[in-house]
Every structure is written in C-alpha cells, then in structure tokens.
Design a protein around this ligand. Structure first.
Ligand code: PLP
Ligand code: COI
Length: 366
C-alpha cells in the first residue's frame, strides 16, 4: 500500500517549521514533547462509516462541549515508531499489530473498528510528509500516536454515533530522563489497575487516568514507575504503568526469560511479543506464566533471578534495578544493567534501525 491521496487528502501546512527551527526542537527530544508539522484526521459517522481522511497542519481540534468523550470517556490510543534506515529510507515497526490492537480496544469501548488500510495509510501519509522530522540516531525515532475519540454532542449514556480518528507524530528519544539507566519501581498495594472483565487489555485513556494516582505515589516513594498486581489475589505481577515486565532466571545452567501470562487484565504488548520471539532466537528459554511478588523476592534472595526489565514501544528495554514496596525493598543485579537485557535491547534496536536483517517481516517500509 502506498500513501495514497485517494484515501487521505494531502493539505500541506502553510507554515511548516524552518530547517533551523526543526533542528533546534529535535535536539534532545525526550519523549512526547514536540510534534511535527502535520496530523491526519478521519471522521466516522454511524450508518455512513469512515469518511475521507485529511492530512493537514498540526493544531487544535474543535469539539462540542457535549462531545461524549469529554463526559463518558470513549477514547483509545496506540503507539508505534518509525525509524530511519541505513539507506536513508524510513520503516515502522509492526504497525499492523498496533492496528489490530487498536481495533480490539475499539471493540471493548463499543467504538467502530478502523480498517487497517486507513490506519497504515494514514501513517504512511504522515511519515512521508514529515520525513524530515524522523531522527537518525540509534535509540531515537518518530513516535506515532493514533487515537480515536467520541465526538457526538449527546449526554445520554450510550455509544456515540460520531468519532474522530487522529494521528500525530512526535520525534522521540529515551522515555526515562536517565536514558537506559536501571529504574526503580514501586509495587502498588493500594491501587489496582484492572480487574477481570474490565478494560485492562485495551489501550483506553481511562486506564491511564486511573493509574496516575498510583504513579504519583510511586514518585513520592522515590520510584520511576509503578508495578501493578492482579486485582483478586493482589499477589501476581501484571505489568508496569506504561510497559510490560520481564524476569531473567538462571535455572540449571540455562537462562530463562519469563513474562507474566496474558490474563485479559494486562496490555498485550507488541514489544513483549517480539521479545518472546527474539529471546528464543538468542538461545534463551522464554516462558509466559504467573509470577508472584513472593516468588520475585525469594528468587532474588536465592540468586535464581539475575535481571528484570521493562519493555514497551516508548521504553524499549529499560532495566529494573531496584524494587520498593510495603512488602520490602530489594535490588536486582546490584542495580546495574544485566547482560540479557543488554543483548535483547541491542537485537531489538538493530532490527528496528535496519542494522540486522528483518527475518520476521516486522518492518513496514514507508
Ligand atoms: N503496558 C502498558 C500499560 C502500556 O501502555 C504499554 C505501551 O504501549 C505497554 C504495556 C507496552 O506495549 P507495546 O510494547 O505494544 O508498546
Ligand atoms: C507506548 O509505549 O507507546 C505507550 O503508550 C506507553 C506510554 C507512553 C503510555
């Protein structure tokens, strides 16, 4: 599929940033603070379906104050990245998987599904238009943020009849200000992220709104991120605030990489799925299963667990160096980055930046 004017009408901004302005804004971009010159919007009306998309100057969206997203929160989003390749071209990592997850989130929130051609076509149009905004350094990328909101002006509590899909793009570096230095995490005993039957597997705005008080508590405890536990037993590790989690064990001379199994209450991360595959290719055993806090603590004490790391589109792979909780505090690998996290991080980044062959068909050329 090519970025296709028949599907997305291209209306370039009359005032794009100058080359100097762009260069200045792209220096040390951090995460999600700067945005490119354009965005794509595609409207939906029940009964008519998705309308024509428009690529236009990045800017505010006008909305009726009665728009149902502002009251009842029908809002979902995604996150994937586009990378500069060695030949100067640009490719994005598994956008088809993000499109599928977007539609799983839409279905859970009683929102319309968006055809993959529109999701990928919008991305291709925006990345092509704003290609000067794609950073080149390893570890930097153009972070793509698709979202969908309910725009019908109606206060009845029911699914909206009108929606807007929006795609924006943000040149990004490391998610955590300290870069790839190991982070400190806080196990949340006071708050729960998601319960069975709820929206945990969906990437809906409300999940993040509900997480912020726990994330603030984590900060107050001197931690970078919160670790969520299951809602029923309050014992099994689920995921982190905006990333999945992996543990590395040494068992009878074998390195085993373990991540919590998908329960419906945690986000099925695309990085998580990719790392399960990459880990096996690197010669590690990889397992999805339940892991309790008690096991985490004892495996560290007994020296069976040698590393833990967070993973996600924004976080890539970020080692976990310290754990704090009401159940005790412990260090992992003396607070240093371990060899398995480092190796998997390099394998993933090499693939994404086109420095290793794309044997999985994960890269989509723009
Ligand atoms: N868990 C949560 C709550 C997230 O917000 C994210 C980020 O998207 C992830 C996990 C990791 O998912 P992915 O690897 O698809 O970015
Ligand atoms: C991502 O990694 O894409 C995320 O959505 C994580 C966070 C910034 C919400």
């Amino acid at each position: 599929l090519t970025a296709n004017d028949a599907m997305i009408e291209i209306r370039p901004s009359a005032h794009p940033a100058s080359a100097e302005e762009r260069a200045a804004r792209m220096t040390n971009p951090g995460f999600g603070r700067i945005f490119t010159d354009h965005m794509v919007v595609v409207p939906y009306v029940e009964g008519k379906g998705w309308g024509k998309g428009v690529l236009k100057a990045y800017g505010p969206i006008e909305m009726d104050p009665a728009a149902s997203v502002l009251h009842y929160g029908q809002a979902i989003f995604e996150g994937f990245k586009a990378y500069k390749q060695p030949d100067g071209s640009i490719a994005s990592f598994r956008p088809d998987a993000n499109s599928r997850r977007f539609n799983a989130s839409a279905a859970r929130l009683a929102m319309p599904e968006l055809p993959e051609e529109i999701f990928i076509g919008a991305a291709k149009a925006l990345i092509s238009q704003d290609k000067a905004w794609v950073p080149g350094a390893v570890g930097e990328s153009l972070y793509m943020r698709p979202l969908m909101i309910a725009t019908e002006a109606a206060l009845g509590v029911r699914p909206s009849n009108e929606y807007l899909f929006v795609l924006l793009a943000s040149p990004s570096g490391a998610y955590f200000p300290a870069g790839v230095k190991p982070v400190t995490v806080w196990i949340s005993d006071d708050y729960v992220r998601a319960a069975p039957g709820g929206t945990g597997f969906a990437k809906c705005a409300g999940n993040y709104a509900a997480s912020l008080v726990a994330q603030r508590q984590a900060k107050e405890e001197g931690c970078d991120q919160v670790v969520w536990l299951d809602a029923i037993q309050r014992e099994y590790i689920e995921e982190m605030g905006g990333m999945n989690i992996f543990f590395v064990y040494q068992e009878k001379g074998e390195t085993v990489v373990v991540t919590p199994e998908l329960t419906g209450t945690l986000l099925p991360g695309i990085t998580r799925d990719s790392l399960l595959q990459l880990a096996r290719e690197q010669g590690f055993r990889a397992e999805e299963r339940k892991i309790s806090v008690a096991e985490w603590k004892s495996a560290i004490a007994e020296g069976r667990m040698t590393e833990a790391f967070a993973c996600g589109t924004a976080a890539v792979i970020t080692p976990v160096g310290h754990v704090k909780s009401r159940r005790g505090n412990w260090d992992i690998n003396k607070g240093e980055t371990g060899p398995v996290a480092a190796k998997l991080r390099e394998a993933l980044l090499n693939l994404q930046h086109g420095l290793a062959p794309d044997t999985h068909g994960w890269m989509t050329k723009i």
